[in-house]
Ligand binder design. Structure first.
Ligand code: GUN
Length: 291
């Protein structure tokens, strides 16, 4: 069994981004600038946004954080987005999800300038992704592909099971892995809350990508020997032995699964750090496109 070290791979990607930024500075080109919009007080969202801002510092990007109360109206939020769209210094920005319940996520995401949409969630960019046209790929699926690629895991002709059909992870990774690309060409099945034979599907899969947010749901007796397991789950679970009062758990029961499989991503330290690295890669791309 080999652990896919997402932390290590993300540092490689961040170092590559940093050297591109250093080259831009040498050539008097613009320094990439990422902005994030955070609405409300969701604890995990605050943590993720802070990690994104910290990563910007590491690679030499400028960053801005725009925070709003969860009582902001949809129209006021749209006005704020328009201001960022029109701010020439900002190359790319994200609206951290989830948004408060009263705000229509679809409406908000479609207000982001597609050229600054480094999350790849605008319908134009999502459509391009589905068509296989070069665009900003959503960061988590892009991070998964990068991990597969750098770990030299073959996907062509393999049976791949994606568990979860979210717009952020499950749906886009299922599209990308089925495309006719080097790290695609898999035979992809998407399982979701209405799937009736999940255990059977898991047992026959060469590659499982789980993004359902159910802590330690996938057990050792559910996976095929020698298969690859990518765990996208990040759930806070109460833990009185931790000073924070919680620990982070993946969808996969690492102890029982890891001894049976060929490759596995840990949680934390697997897909999570890659998401941030790929967001910064998209921001560098947005900046370079406007040179
Ligand atoms: N919330 C969970 N994952 C993501 C992500 O990739 N982008 C944004 N904007 N919000 C998220």
């Amino acid at each position: 069994m080999k652990i896919i070290d997402g932390k290590k791979v993300s540092i490689e990607v961040l170092d590559e981004i940093k050297s591109s930024v250093d080259n831009r500075v040498k050539n008097n080109l613009k320094i990439p600038h990422l902005a994030a919009i955070l609405v409300g007080n969701d604890g995990p969202s605050k943590t993720y946004v802070n990690s994104k801002i910290k990563a910007c510092e590491r690679v030499g990007f400028k960053s801005s954080l725009f925070k709003y109360s969860d009582s902001i109206s949809e129209n006021d939020l749209i006005d704020e987005i328009q201001k960022i769209n029109n701010n020439d210094d900002i190359d790319g920005f994200i609206v951290q999800l989830p948004l408060p319940k009263d705000i229509n996520q679809e409406k908000i995401l479609s207000q982001v300038d597609p050229y600054k949409d480094v999350d790849g969630f605008h319908p134009i960019n999502y459509g391009k992704m589905a068509l296989g046209i070069d665009t900003f790929l959503p960061a988590t699926p892009a991070g998964i592909i990068e991990l597969i690629e750098r770990s030299k895991i073959q996907t062509a002709g393999k049976k791949c099971l994606v568990i979860g059909r979210s717009q952020i992870v499950g749906r886009p990774i299922s599209i990308l892995l089925s495309q006719n690309k080097i790290f695609g060409n898999a035979t992809v099945t998407v399982a979701h809350s209405r799937t009736s034979n999940l255990e059977e599907l898991c047992l026959e899969s060469d590659l499982i990508i789980s993004a359902i947010g159910k802590p330690e749901f996938i057990k050792g007796d559910m996976v095929k020997k020698g298969s690859t397991i990518i765990d996208v789950g990040i759930t806070r679970v109460d833990d009185s032995s931790s000073h924070k009062g919680y620990r982070i758990a993946g969808d996969v029961d690492f102890n029982s699964v890891s001894s049976r499989v060929g490759f596995i991503t840990p949680v934390p330290g697997g897909v999570g750090p890659m998401t941030i690295a790929m967001l910064l890669k998209n921001t560098l791309k947005a900046c370079s496109l406007s040179d």
